[in-house]
Design a protein around this ligand. Structure first.
Ligand SMILES: [Zn+2]
Length: 193
């Protein structure tokens, strides 16, 4: 998400926003975005950010909250922001994350929308070795719905009996389908290695 009004507006419906790095044109719209989402939908937003940026973003959150006094709900939109620190090779089940942040049960699933974090060459890591820039691959994972072919002709009673005996009735294999990969402002050397 850039610092422009257009990018902020485009991402207005998004529960989750991926931040590749915190240069001004990529991250400075975070707080406007969170505030606009509160007004439009009364919903919080989760921002996935490189872990090296988490300390500064948390400080910024406190400062913006202090400055945002005088609104109808002072600081609420800013308070509701969730920053998720990400590292190279992290794999995040975004579907579970959104459910957890909405307090809609803790039933974790291995299906849903996933984000994989990969290294890019744009900003050097911080002094603790934490990344300040990352790329992301967004993919879905799901199982083929419906009964396995060998059980399709069975009666409801027979299916129930199998289920009672914990016989796997559906295909356990997960299928992954990449939707998009985004590397931010990385240069070619970040990808060729
Ligand atoms: Zn940049």
């Amino acid at each position: 998400m850039g610092g422009t009004v257009a990018a902020c507006t485009t991402a207005l419906t998004s529960n989750v926003v991926l931040i590749t790095h915190c240069h001004t044109d990529h991250a400075m719209a975070i707080f406007s975005h969170a505030r606009a989402r509160e007004i439009a939908y009364n919903k919080p937003t989760t921002y996935l950010v490189p872990s090296g940026a988490i300390d500064a973003l948390t400080r910024m959150k406190d400062i913006v909250k202090e400055l945002d006094r005088g609104n109808d709900k002072p600081g609420e939109a800013i308070d509701a922001i969730v920053f998720v620190p990400c590292d190279v090779n992290d794999e995040i089940n975004v579907t579970n994350l959104v459910k957890k942040n909405k307090s809609k049960g803790s039933n974790e699933s291995d299906e849903g929308v996933f984000v994989q974090c990969f290294p890019v060459k744009h900003i050097d890591n911080d002094s603790l070795g934490r990344p300040l820039s990352l790329g992301y691959v967004v993919s879905t994972r799901s199982r083929t719905p419906g009964l396995l072919p060998q059980y399709k002709s069975l009666s409801k009673t027979e299916i129930k009996a199998l289920r009672t005996n914990n016989v796997p009735l559906t295909n356990p294999a997960l299928h992954s389908h990449a939707l998009v990969a985004y590397s931010g402002d990385t240069c070619a050397t970040g990808l060729i290695r």
